[in-house]
Every structure is written in C-alpha cells, then in structure tokens.
Design a protein around this ligand. Sequence first.
Ligand code: BTN
Length: 267
Amino acid sequence: MSERPSGQFSRADLDRISAETFVEEIDFHLEIGSTNDRAMDLAGERVSRSPLLVLTELQTAGRGRGANRWWAIQGGLTCSVLFDLETAGLPRGAAPQVSLTAGLAVCEALDDLIAGASLGLKWPNDVFLEGRKVCGILVELPRGRDGALVIGIGINVNNSLREAPLDFRDQATSLRDATGRHFRLVDVLVPVLGCLWERLGWIGSRGEELRRRWRGRCLLTGRTVCVDSGHHQVEGVCRGIDDDGALVVDTASGAERCLAGVVTRFK
Ligand code: BTN
C-alpha cells in the first residue's frame, strides 16, 4: 500500500513521475528497510502492475552488491524498478548487460544535470563523480517470477557525506557535496528513469553504440585491479570491458574475463 508523500516528494512529484516516465505504478513509502527487498516481495505476489517503481523518502537497511551496505538519510534518492524483460524489449539472458547499462544511464542522466562533471563507471555498475562513488546499483532476479528483473538505484543527492559513517565518508560523494547545489529529487529521478528505459532498449537495438559508451566510461581501464569473483580473486591490469560486458584483466598467468564480481581494490 502506498503512503502519502511528505517532505522529499510531493503528490505532484509522484504524478509527474507517472506522466513523464515508463512507470505504470508507484509503491511509495515514507520509510522502508530496502526498496529492493520490497520490489522482490511484490514480484512474488504478482499483484502490482509493471513496470513498478518502489520509492521511499528514507531507506534504513539498504543492501548492496556482495557484502556492501548502502548508507542513506533524508535527501538521498533510493528506489527500485521491477519490470519484465519482455516489456523492455529485452531478451532473456540480458541481465548481465543490464547492470552496465543501468550504470551508464545514470552517468548520462547526471551529466545533463551537472555541466562539466566527470562521471565514470566502476565496473560493473558503480557510478563515480569526481573520483568518488555517487551511485550504487543492485540488479536482482526475483525468484518465482520468471523473466522479471529488479534494478535498485541509490544516488547520493542532497545527503552530505559529512554526515555519513567514516567508512563511507572517504570514498563517496553526493551531488550536493560535489556542486554545492540543492536538487529536487524528482528532477534527478525523472531523467534517470528516462535514460534508463531508453538505454535498456538499446541492448536489443543499438548494442554496438551501447558497448562503445560503456568502454568510454570505464574508470578501471589501464589500472591495477583486484576482482573478487566469488570463487577466486583476479589481480592484474584492467584492459577494459569486452562485448559481453566482462571485465578483462591481464594477470600474471594470462588474460582473464570476469563476468561477475566486485572490484575490491584499484589503483
Ligand atoms: C552497491 O553499492 O553495491 C549497490 C548499492 C545499491 C543501493 C540501492 S538503494 C535502492 C536499492 N535498495 C537497496 O536495498 N539497494 C539498492
């Protein structure tokens, strides 16, 4: 059940999201543990219209990839989109490309909001602004709903990292910290959703252009990286992202392709 908006989003903001984006239904919460958890639950219940946006003013138990947590307070933008791959014109098996595509979409949408900003991708889908993480993305496959996907997006917008726990403070930034400006959350969310949907459509129709753009945004190319792929650690010099979206790493024993994993270090 959606709640009434209060401070961060107005009723008019929610109406604007419905009118200007692909979202068919908004599940709005003043406060929630994790928008991804909620979207995964709703996927199983099959009651909501899709694409569905789970949106909150305050997320208290945000999850990230691997062991990551996502820190958020009021002023941060946290949401998840639940949709069926078919609705987006995507083939089954497109999930790995979705991660990179979502990160790219956020880079491009933020580019238009902050002129001259340096926005890049830390494979597979962290967005960095001026060398610090500004956005994290968590793509998950809901159990019990074949062909559906949840994309969770967290963007530090007006939440200053000065208020964050120490372990986040040194590595992350927010739009406000980087620009000194205050942003209306809806003015960030609407272009992000617009760009996300358009770029997802490119997976089937303009793959070559999409790949060219991921590569151009890759912050790891030429740097020494350590990738935890779950089964083993890969260490070496990153050679970029290949056509399948894998990170290519030159190791002491030859080139390795990482199709999934977390980059734990890079320099
Ligand atoms: C990461 O940094 O590893 C990914 C972080 C993803 C955070 C977003 S915030 C909205 C959505 N809900 C969650 O619990 N996580 C994602």
